[in-house]
Design a protein around this ligand. Structure first.
Ligand code: AP5
Ligand code: ZN
Length: 219
């Protein structure tokens, strides 16, 4: 299955991606995680992306499309994949279509802006795997440590309140239009039209997970 997870920063895309990918046996393709890895490794891409990401802006479409094209050519993507944080602009969605990459379903996780800042301030991540926690809503078994490896959890550089607010405005301007793009396409139907699934992301993590999996598996 080929899936897109859509939703504002902090909607729970990374959290739910982990469950969906495990249940369906497909890889998670998070452009955010890929860019953070490039920043950490100090590659030319990372050097280019760092400032944009720290400010909460978007990395150029052609750079992202190049990354995606390369990634989905890898063998583990042959039976499907889940895009987390991509596409993020109409140009990226068009680019995906131009590359002939069909999508089976788009899952939109809905969370209002007011809830986002609180979520981001409590977020902790395991840089090695991208696993996501929240100090209150989804705490690790041992404070500050990853459940699987026991390694230190960290806060993301772009989770400062001011940056989060900017990321939200970028979301509304540039990414939110994809809600209409995909939901209208699903309504029109026809060859290659994806299913469009919406879930209320303001409930406990497990409830959101169960609803998404039921919608995807109940085809
Ligand atoms: P990216 O890493 O994609 O960030 P984002 O889309 O802003 O989303 P987040 O990762 O912040 O949130 P999430 O929805 O994954 O939520 P999470 O599960 O972590 O991108 C980062 C940057 O990279 C961008 O700003 C941009 O610069 C660049 N970039 C990336 N992709 C790009 C692209 N395609 N084009 C251009 N630039 C790109 O959850 C958040 C918190 O809430 C956690 O603490 C979690 O534990 C908690 N939580 C989750 N679910 C619940 C729940 N149900 N109830 C309570 N708390 C919950
Ligand atoms: Zn994420």
């Amino acid at each position: 299955m080929r899936l897109i997870l859509l939703g504002p920063p902090g909607a729970g895309k990374g959290t739910q991606a982990g469950y969906i990918c495990e249940a369906l046996g497909i890889p998670q393709i998070s452009t955010g995680d890929m860019l953070r890895a490039a920043v950490k490794a100090g590659t030319p891409l990372g050097q280019q992306a760092k400032q944009v990401m720290d400010e909460g802006g978007l990395v150029p479409d052609d750079v992202i499309l190049g990354l995606i094209q390369e990634r989905i050519g890898e063998p583990d993507c042959a039976n499907g994949f889940l895009f987390d944080g991509f596409p993020r602009t109409i140009a990226q969605a068009d680019g995906l279509n131009e590359q002939g990459i069909g999508i089976d379903a788009v899952v939109e996780i809905q969370v209002p802006d007011e809830a986002i800042v609180e979520r981001m301030s409590g977020r902790r991540v395991h840089p090695g795997s991208g696993r996501v926690y929240h100090v209150v809503h989804n705490p690790p078994q041992q404070a500050g440590k990853d459940d699987v490896t026991g390694e230190e959890l960290v806060q993301r550089d772009d989770d400062r309140e001011e940056t989060v607010r900017h990321r939200l405005s970028v979301y509304h301007e540039q990414t939110r239009p994809l809600v209409d793009y995909y939901s209208r396409w699903a309504e029109r139907g026809g060859d290659g039209a994806p299913r469009y699934i919406t879930v209320d992301g303001q409930r406990p993590v497990e409830m959101v997970r169960d609803e998404i999996l039921a919608a995807l598996q109940g085809n």
